[in-house]
Design a protein around this ligand. Sequence first.
Ligand SMILES: NC(=O)c1ccc[n+]([C@@H]2O[C@H](COP(=O)([O-])OP(=O)(O)OC[C@H]3O[C@@H](n4cnc5c(N)ncnc54)[C@H](O)[C@@H]3O)[C@@H](O)[C@H]2O)c1
Length: 252
Amino acid sequence: MSKTVVVVGGAMGIGGSCSRIFHQNNWNVAILDIADKGKELASELGSRCTFISCDASKESDVKDAIGSVIKEFGEIEGLVCSVGIQHYGTVTETSEEDWDRVMNVNVKSGFLCSKYAIPSMQRNGKGVVIIVSSVQAYISQNNVAVYTTSKTAQLGLTRSIAVDYGPQIRSVAICPGTVDTPMFRSSIALSPDPQEVYDECVEMHLTKRIGQPDEVGELIHFLAGDNAGFITGQAIRIDGGLGIVAAGSKRD
Ligand SMILES: NC(=O)c1ccc[n+]([C@@H]2O[C@H](COP(=O)([O-])OP(=O)(O)OC[C@H]3O[C@@H](n4cnc5c(N)ncnc54)[C@H](O)[C@@H]3O)[C@@H](O)[C@H]2O)c1
């Protein structure tokens, strides 16, 4: 029998790759997203895939969506929280409204989706919560005060779930470097010279390229499976070596 995964923010980007990869690997996939692209992806993937329109920062939406998933596919084994938004600004430039919006979408969504998926995982006998954070949980650029704060908070949520619900339920955070997704493309489009920003991003990574959504999706799929059964409470970086070079290091 197929296992069931809920991919929150599963319409596109890293979440979209997760939806495809889990589906290819015979999971039932429930895409929860605010974007209609989720509907298109679900109909492209066909049977064993459903789309549920859901604002993951709203408790009533999440409660109803998780209820529908259980009704359609049975108990949940995997939850991937890939939902996220970016906001640029320092602390003094960020309004209370923007702060709350980003924290709600990036952090509260993981809390709410876990709150309603974990009881189903417990009935299932086991489960995995995977939260997509960022290398910005460790290193920060200028002008990303609320984003970097939200990405750091996700590591605390991951640890709490691992400690409170192990051994039945594992929880892992993923910390990607720059990944070529719609979020990345709309971020660089804010610059007068998007190609220059793209090239700078490439240069920042030891791999001299940015990541692809499928590379992150494959890692997430591995972490959701039994072969990753000894990994919990951790934050796993998939970042092309971004941010580990000491100042003054020389390369030929
Ligand atoms: N792209 C990168 O370079 C990068 C790097 C590190 C971390 N991340 C993180 O990876 C995750 C996915 O990012 P991405 O680049 O794939 O972004 P994306 O914008 O390409 O995809 C995010 C998805 O979340 C959905 N979404 C947004 N708000 C929502 C809400 N309130 N409720 C439900 N769905 C909502 C969007 O519709 C979209 O389908 C985010 O948490 C992001 O912070 C991205």
